[in-house]
Design a protein around this ligand. Structure first.
Ligand code: ZN
Length: 460
């Protein structure tokens, strides 16, 4: 047995050195074959699956998942996703994700400790092409030389304008600031690619994601749609500080994105690089119906959009350098899934997890010698099916308030350290069942109203 085991290890030590992805543009058939190959090489930590809908022309949307328990959500293990090629003629992200999947598998087999702990602590979903039809159209028509051909799907719809516009609800004063799909009906013919993504987003407790595009070089964060009538105005979300941090994680680890010496795509001066390689989406140009804002307002997922280069369809010869330039950014971004805090919300009597508990954050970080700030972050996350929750936040001091229908609310203080390659700070909540809602005179109050009452009492 031992001899056999050693032989297998030796064999794998040898095979681990061989990457299965070459530096070329992979067509839709090759893409599926490459993902299958990577999965076959790392079956114990990966799973290949397809989304609920295929593209308009029937091409499956393949996802390769990495986890120490593929196919299963594990309690308190955060999930993240990387999505590319939503615009069919923006193809670099598609190739980068194939190389990333190959890298994760290869490094895992080689025994790289950082990769092993990342895969053990994170469930990572990789979708290299959200718009395989557009890729084919772009490739058939001059290999992406045109700025627009192949951008849309085969029904000629821009998928990044096809998501329900949840910003509209927030800007018009929606009473809650999260999970806004709950009260919305989709009243237009939605594209199958969009539908597949909406189901993926709503069915899984994602914490973080990136949507990879091309045409510029910058990490773009919410909101993507502007609040007013101006097509270019800074529209900050309640989590502006956290989103800026997430965008910086990507931009600062890329040798060109945050370097002011890098020329801009249209101009010699690089305005994006001067601000660290990041931009608020709406400050650049307003995008209604985009996937980024949908994630933030429709689920617990924090998504940023990555513009990976001026050239939407870069030459084959540049792919190796592009991978080298993006590799560290991708690794650090996956680790950013562990920024902030996480924990389980349970019933203090039964010890059972409470799904849908509302986790509210108040920033009480001192700035210099000034008074302690008391800044409510007006965007709550909710616990998943088993009561587990994740809350991305920048380093600092926070008060966390958890509330669930039928329970006494609970508040706790927490100190969040700088990001590092470790799991988030664990903060669990055991809520006592409320005997009656006597604290709240109006027993017909909704959970949100009760929560607001509590907040007022809590902070007179
Ligand atoms: Zn794009």
């Amino acid at each position: 047995m031992r001899i056999l085991f050693t032989a297998v290890l030796l064999l794998c030590a040898h095979c681990a050195a061989d990457n299965v992805v070459d530096f070329s543009h992979h067509n839709n058939t090759m893409l599926a074959a490459v993902l299958q190959k990577i999965h076959n090489k790392c079956p114990e930590v990966s799973r290949l699956y397809t989304l609920s809908e295929s593209s308009v022309r029937g091409v499956p949307l393949y996802v390769l998942e990495f986890s120490d328990n593929p196919g299963r959500h594990e309690l308190m293990e955060p999930e993240m996703k990387l999505i590319a090629n939503m615009h069919g003629n923006e193809v670099l992200g598609r190739e980068l994700l194939l190389h990333l999947a190959d890298h994760l598998c290869t490094q895992f087999l080689a025994g790289d400790q950082d990769t092993i702990s990342l895969i053990r602590s994170t469930r990572i979903h990789i979708l290299p092409s959200m718009n395989p039809d557009g890729w084919q159209i772009a490739t058939n028509n001059g290999g992406g030389k045109d700025y627009l051909i192949g951008r849309n799907n085969a029904a000629d719809v821009d998928l990044n304008r096809d998501f329900p516009d949840l910003d509209r609800l927030v800007y018009n004063g929606a009473p809650v600031n999260n999970h806004l799909m709950q009260n919305l009906k989709i009243d237009y013919p939605i594209q199958p690619e969009t539908e597949a993504l909406i189901k993926l987003i709503l069915d899984n407790p994602f914490v973080l994601s990136a949507n990879m595009h091309g045409g510029d070089l910058v990490a773009n964060y919410p909101y993507d749609k502007s609040m007013g009538n101006s097509p270019t105005e800074y529209s900050s979300s309640p989590d502006d500080a956290t989103f800026r941090d997430l965008a910086v994680v990507y931009a600062s680890n890329h040798p060109r994105m945050s370097n002011p010496a890098t020329p801009g795509c249209e101009t010699a001066e690089n305005e994006f690089a001067k601000q660290g390689g990041i931009t608020n989406g709406a400050a650049w140009y307003s995008v209604p119906g985009g996937m980024q804002d949908f994630n933030y307002l429709g689920s617990n997922d924090f998504e940023i959009t990555l513009e990976l280069g001026c050239d939407k369809y870069p030459a084959t010869e540049s792919l190796k350098q592009e991978w080298e330039d993006n590799k560290q950014s991708l690794i650090e971004f996956m680790w950013a899934t562990h920024m902030g805090i996480k924990g389980v919300v349970t019933d203090s009597l039964t010890h059972k997890g409470i799904a849908g508990a509302v986790v509210h954050v108040r920033n009480i970080t001192r700035v210099g010698r000034a008074e302690r700030r008391n800044l409510d972050i007006d965007h709550d996350v909710t616990s998943a099916r088993a009561g587990d929750y994740w809350r991305l936040i920048t380093s600092g001091e926070y008060e966390i308030l958890v509330q669930a229908e039928g329970y006494e609310p609970q508040g706790k203080l927490v100190s969040v350290p700088e990001g590092r390659h470790q799991e988030a700070v664990v903060l669990n909540f055991a809520l006592a069942p409320a005997a009656e809602y006597s604290a709240y005179p109006d027993t017909d109050s909704t959970p949100e109203e009760m929560y607001m009452n509590y907040m007022n009492e809590y902070n007179p």
